[in-house]
Write a protein that binds this ligand. Structure first.
Ligand code: NAD
Length: 319
């Protein structure tokens, strides 16, 4: 890690808070900027007393000012779960467009490297499998998910334009489904939903027939990949995700087994434009960043379940 002073936008969210933690452990100073739309100060509470950590409440779509030098901007601000971005469609489009413009402006002003948190959702419902970075995607531009997918596609385009036109040192990381501690139990994503339901003894709600697949990456692996890209001068885009692919039904059953739950599986309606398959081709990340995921699914899920068990116990009303 060569960056000394790092801005993490969306730093009080799930991924952002893990990035802040890792950067501090590696000796960087961290400025965490967040408007707490889907994140919360609680995610970085344990970092607040540290001399090299600063939390700034700020909406990236408004005026953005950071005093002093900055070496690296990690732009992670954006609602990310379908429940969140469908609840905040305009805010999602605004942070992906205006927010990205401001974050790029900050990197340009400070002469900092800039890394955009893009997503596997830019591939939409992919017609190529697994997905390589050269694939252009299959996105419905007026479907409900487009507020997120198209915002990220625009953000990638804007990032590339700043590199070409303004010479900003940029990198684009396309993150595939990541999971781990500090996901919110009700954020609507499959893993927190299944884990919460299994722990509470409720039916595990699998959408459709459960044959649709996802590839899930433990948060520590994703963070390592993002920081490897940040430390390089590679523009990307580069996929970061775990190629181990499993069906949603298999995921639900694995979580049920690991929690020791007896919850039944309940099949519910599938969301509109929900992708059929998702698996990253990670050859580029291996070749350019020397990165590959190392945490296997069962180990990552066990750590996540242990965290959720503590979390749900603490927030459960005393009977
Ligand atoms: P999250 O919702 O936990 O975190 C996003 C953070 O951004 C929140 O703290 C939120 O309050 C903040 N934010 C939103 N709008 C903002 C604004 N206008 N100004 C300032 N802060 C704002 O989501 P996450 O899962 O941690 O995702 C973080 C980033 O990584 C997102 O950009 C997302 O698109 C990307 N990503 C995540 C995943 C994943 O599996 N978690 C996969 C692909 C991409």
């Amino acid at each position: 890690m060569t960056a000394r002073r790092v801005v993490v936008t969306g730093g009080a969210g799930f991924l952002g808070s893990h990035l802040c933690e890792r950067l501090l452990a590696e000796g960087a100073s961290v400025i965490c900027m967040d408007n707490f739309l889907t994140g919360s100060p609680g995610n970085v509470e344990h970092l607040l007393g540290r001399p090299r950590f600063r939390l700034i409440e700020c909406d990236l779509t408004g005026y953005v000012h950071v005093p002093g030098p900055v070496d690296l901007v990690l732009h992670f601000a954006s609602a990310a779960s379908p429940v969140d971005y469908l609840r905040h469609p305009i805010a999602t489009l605004k942070v992906g467009s205006i927010g990205t413009l401001h974050a790029l402006g900050l990197a340009r002003e400070k002469g900092a490297r800039f890394v955009l948190a893009s997503t596997s959702e830019v591939y939409g419902d992919p017609l190529e499998h697994p997905q390589r970075e050269t694939y252009w995607g299959n996105v419905n531009p007026v479907g409900p998910r487009s507020v997120y997918d198209e915002a990220k596609r625009f953000a990638e385009s804007l990032t590339t334009a700043y590199r070409v036109s303004h010479g900003v040192d940029t990198g684009i990381v396309r993150i595939f489904n990541t999971y781990g501690p500090r996901m919110r139990p009700y954020d609507g994503r499959a893993i927190p939903t299944f884990v919460r339901q299994a722990i509470n003894g409720e039916p595990l709600t699998v959408t459709g027939t459960g044959t649709q697949t996802r590839s899930i990456c433990y948060v520590d692996d994703t963070v390592r990949g993002v920081l490897a890209l940040a430390a390089s001068d590679f523009p990307g885009p580069v996929n970061i995700g775990n190629p181990a692919e499993l069906s949603m039904l298999a995921l639900a059953m694995t979580i049920r087994e690991l929690t020791g739950s007896r919850s039944p599986i309940a099949f519910v309606d599938r969301p509109v434009d929900d992708p059929e398959v998702r698996r990253p081709d990670t050859a580029l990340a291996a070749a350019r960043l020397g990165w590959q995921p190392v945490v296997d699914v069962a180990a990552g899920l066990r750590r996540t379940i242990a965290w959720f068990e503590r979390e749900l116990l603490e927030t459960r009303p005393a009977s």
